[in-house]
Ligand binder design. Structure first.
Ligand code: SAM
Length: 486
């Protein structure tokens, strides 16, 4: 079995496998690493990824331990390129990785930065890093939403989840990890068919479905994810050419413009034509937005005489979530869910806020400097005060005749305001040491800011549960158990 880097990345980056080049927070570049011995592109160094922080030949990445910091290489990006394949830098590296690099980097990296080149960190892919780096073909579901959705859908290893539409595959990767049941151990009998867990993914737009299928193969997820090109409003969720294979899903996630149109297929029995008609045209107070109705709105199932095959697992309840940006879509979905017997219908909005925490250099709080910023009317004034403070410290360190150091010495107090004893020379040395050890410029007040509220609305999540199938046989078994237990 080929191991997916999403499930089992191993210790090191390998050729022909996905890796994430971490430029800096929120700047991640996904790359399928090429075999360094294969220089089909005609370059001595084989494939090269160019970033704003420099060029990274794959030969410098393959076989490195995950987490390695890698320096950019000098690569001739000019004349040697084949026609039509001329290499160029994606962006200039004028701000080459200095903001964090300067502070965190080791000596070799500092030297590299000084020489004008940058570095990256080499990371194994995760659904989270894929979500922020994937090529967008549609709107995508982000981590704060999908992590909440997957736990509410009770998705566990070995289960089956249906998702539609697959779009750019952001949710697909997260759900693949949630259902994945582990690779067989070496001792496991080969003939035993392993239940990996399964994601049945449906997408109406054919090129998108094909791209996602290719990605699943490239990411080693094709054991788990089946991508089907399908209009789910019209044709539902069963698999196979003749749609006769039930996925036996435990959970369903719908990120569709009109989820209510798909619900009649997500039932345990054929929905009577009258009900199907009603959920196709929901009688909501606010009609669904125009762009949410599909051109391929299905006809009712009134003439359908074929046996009904439910795509749901009859032995478990089905957990459903629909993901819709507008409240009108929620209303239409909820109306359809009620008609079709779903229970515990609830709508939730995840308002994820990123809190930015940093030190405010201006807000120095040491003795004698306290309140420097507290009454500053504006930034200019605050900066003015900072300069003044910095000047005082400079004076202190350079030993002015009658600056703050001399003053502190006279008073005999260190930066914490406590008395410092000893001879004059001892006191001077001690106070100086205390000031310096405080790294006072780095000890600004901690401040935090949250993102603007408007940016946090992604979609409304509507959850519902369809109780499990309950047959005569189940009832009989239950009765027998009660009798036996009594
Ligand atoms: N959840 C995806 C992700 O995380 O990347 C994004 C889904 S995108 C917002 C919605 C997708 O639904 C589009 O790719 C669209 O083509 C697909 N779609 C719309 N109507 C459909 C239908 N009737 N059947 C299947 N897919 C449909």
């Amino acid at each position: 079995t080929r191991h997916s880097p999403f499930f089992n990345p191993g210790e090191t980056a390998t050729a022909e496998s996905l890796a994430i080049l971490h430029l800096r927070r929120d700047q991640l570049v996904p790359v399928i690493l090429s075999d360094p011995t294969n220089n089909a592109d005609g370059y001595a160094e084989g494939a090269v990824t160019n970033t704003r922080f420099g060029s990274f030949p794959h030969s410098t990445l393959v076989n490195l331990p995950w987490g390695s910091q890698v320096l950019a290489s000098k690569v001739d990006t000019g004349s040697r390129g084949r026609k039509g394949n001329k290499r160029k830098r994606d962006e200039t590296d004028s701000d080459a990785n200095t903001p964090t690099g300067g502070r965190e980097a080791g000596e070799d990296v500092k030297t590299a930065i000084a020489a004008g080149s940058g570095f990256i960190h080499l990371l194994p892919p995760t659904p989270e890093s894929w979500t922020v780096s994937l090529p967008h073909r549609t709107q995508v579901v982000y981590t704060p939403d999908y992590s909440y959705v997957l736990q509410r859908l009770r998705v566990r290893p070995g289960q089956t989840i249906i998702e539609a539409g697959a779009g750019s595959g952001s949710f697909t990767h997260a759900s693949a990890r949630a259902v994945f049941n582990g690779y067989p151990s070496a001792s496991e009998p080969a003939q035993k068919k392993r239940k990996y867990g399964r994601v049945c993914s449906f997408e109406y737009h054919e090129p998108r479905a094909n791209t996602l299928r290719g990605e699943m193969t490239a990411h080693g997820l094709d054991d788990v994810v089946t991508v089907t090109h399908r209009d789910v409003y019209a044709d539902g969720f069963n698999l196979g050419e003749d749609k006769s294979e039930s996925p036996k899903a435990n959970a369903v996630f719908l990120d569709l413009p009109a989820p209510w149109l798909a619900l009649k297929h997500l039932s345990r029995r054929r929905v009577p034509p009258k009900t199907a008609q009603a959920v196709t045209h929901p009688e909501t107070e606010s009609p669904a937005p125009e762009n949410t109705t599909s051109s391929s709105t299905p006809t009712t199932t009134s003439q359908d005489t074929s046996p009904f095959i439910s795509p749901l697992n009859p032995k478990t309840p089905t957990y459903l979530c629909t993901f819709s940006p507008c409240i009108e879509q929620v209303t239409a979905t909820t109306a359809a869910l009620r008609r079709l017997g779903w229970t515990e219908i609830e709508m939730v909005e995840v308002q994820h806020k990123r809190v930015e925490v940093r030190r405010e250099r201006i807000g120095l709080h040491e003795e004698g400097l306290r309140g420097v910023n507290s009454s500053a009317a504006n930034v200019a004034e605050a900066v003015g005060r900072l300069r003044e403070v910095e000047g005082r410290f400079k004076e202190w360190n350079e030993g002015p005749k009658d600056g703050s150091q001399a003053q502190a010495l006279k008073v005999g107090r260190g930066p914490d305001g406590k008395s410092v004893g000893g001879s004059k020379a001892e006191r001077l040395a001690k106070i100086k040491e205390e000031f310096e050890s405080r790294k006072i410029y780095k000890e600004g007040r901690l401040v935090h800011r949250t993102e603007n509220e408007i940016k946090t609305h992604t979609s409304y999540l509507t959850f519902a549960i369809l109780p499990r199938e309950w047959t005569e046989e189940d009832e009989e078994q239950c009765r027998k158990k009660w009798v036996a237990d009594a």
